[in-house]
Design a protein around this ligand. Structure first.
Ligand code: FE2
Ligand code: FE2
Length: 256
């Protein structure tokens, strides 16, 4: 179905169409067919200074931590989702997150990392691991709205914003890989905003609970940003912008 046909559907049919493997397959087919491990093989490997390579390895290690959290989160949310369309979408998301983890792991190997698993463990941000603990608690408590907020709004917004800022200054292969991942994260974030937007409309008392949760998670997320931007070597004057981009995404739901 073309994008134009999609927009002619009524809202329920649109949601069913977008939350399908049919839609997902067409969204990712080009990427999977034309790229190897998420990157156009024709792109050159730019030489990196030793210090820049080290920084990139630390950042990619934390992307692997984030994607692994997202994989566990999306898989766990399948069981909590209240209807079939949401379960199907989350299954496509789990596939996306596993693919992201795979391409970031592969990039570490391309950069000469011999033992990606132990490298990731050694460089993982404590704050990101704390966020993982919180998300897993929400899933274990079967708290659908809180868990979808933590996963598909907060975590996705953090990844989306960080990947975009990174892509602007990355070497060509890393940039190409990040741009593919960003396209998927945009879909995941859209699902989170859409699901919570209608839940908040139906159940206004949810707002207070999610706002309180946001306060707890914001500090973890913004601290994780700090870790990423310092590892990326972003100039100090660009750092507040990154935090603002993140806050704009979570504030669109009116959880202030
Ligand atoms: Fe992802
Ligand atoms: Fe995602």
């Amino acid at each position: 179905m073309s994008e134009l046909d999609l927009h002619e559907l009524d809202p329920a049919a649109f949601t069913a169409e977008v939350h399908s493997f049919e839609f997902w397959f067409h969204a990712v087919a080009d990427d999977l067919q034309k790229r190897r491990y998420g990157t156009d093989p024709a792109l050159p490997e730019e030489p990196l200074e030793a210090e820049d390579r080290e920084r990139l390895i630390t950042v990619l290690s934390n992307y692997c931590v984030g994607e692994s959290i997202a994989l566990l989160g999306a898989s766990g949310l399948v069981a909590l989702a209240p209807n079939h369309n949401a379960k199907i979408f989350l299954a496509t998301q789990a596939v996306d997150e596993a693919r992201h983890l795979e391409v970031f792991l592969h990039r570490l190997v391309q950069l000469g990392v011999e033992a990606p698993e132990s490298t990731i463990e050694a460089r993982a941000s404590e704050r990101l691991l704390a966020f993982k603990g919180k998300l897993m608690e929400l899933i274990a408590a079967k708290d659908w709205h809180a868990a979808i907020f933590a996963q598909n709004v907060i975590l996705e917004a953090m990844e989306f914003t960080t990947f975009r800022a990174h892509a602007e200054r990355a070497d060509v292969r890393t940039r190409d890989m990040l741009e593919g991942v960003i396209r998927d994260e945009r879909r995941h974030m859209g699902f989170g905003e859409n699901t919570l937007g209608s839940a908040l409309h139906r159940t206004p008392e949810l707002r207070g609970r999610l706002t309180a949760l946001r306060r707890v998670l914001d500090s973890m997320v913004l601290a994780t940003f700090e870790d990423s931007v310092s590892a990326l070597g972003l100039p100090a004057d660009e750092r507040p912008q990154l935090g603002r981009d993140y806050l704009a995404v979570v504030e669109r739901l009116g959880l202030t």
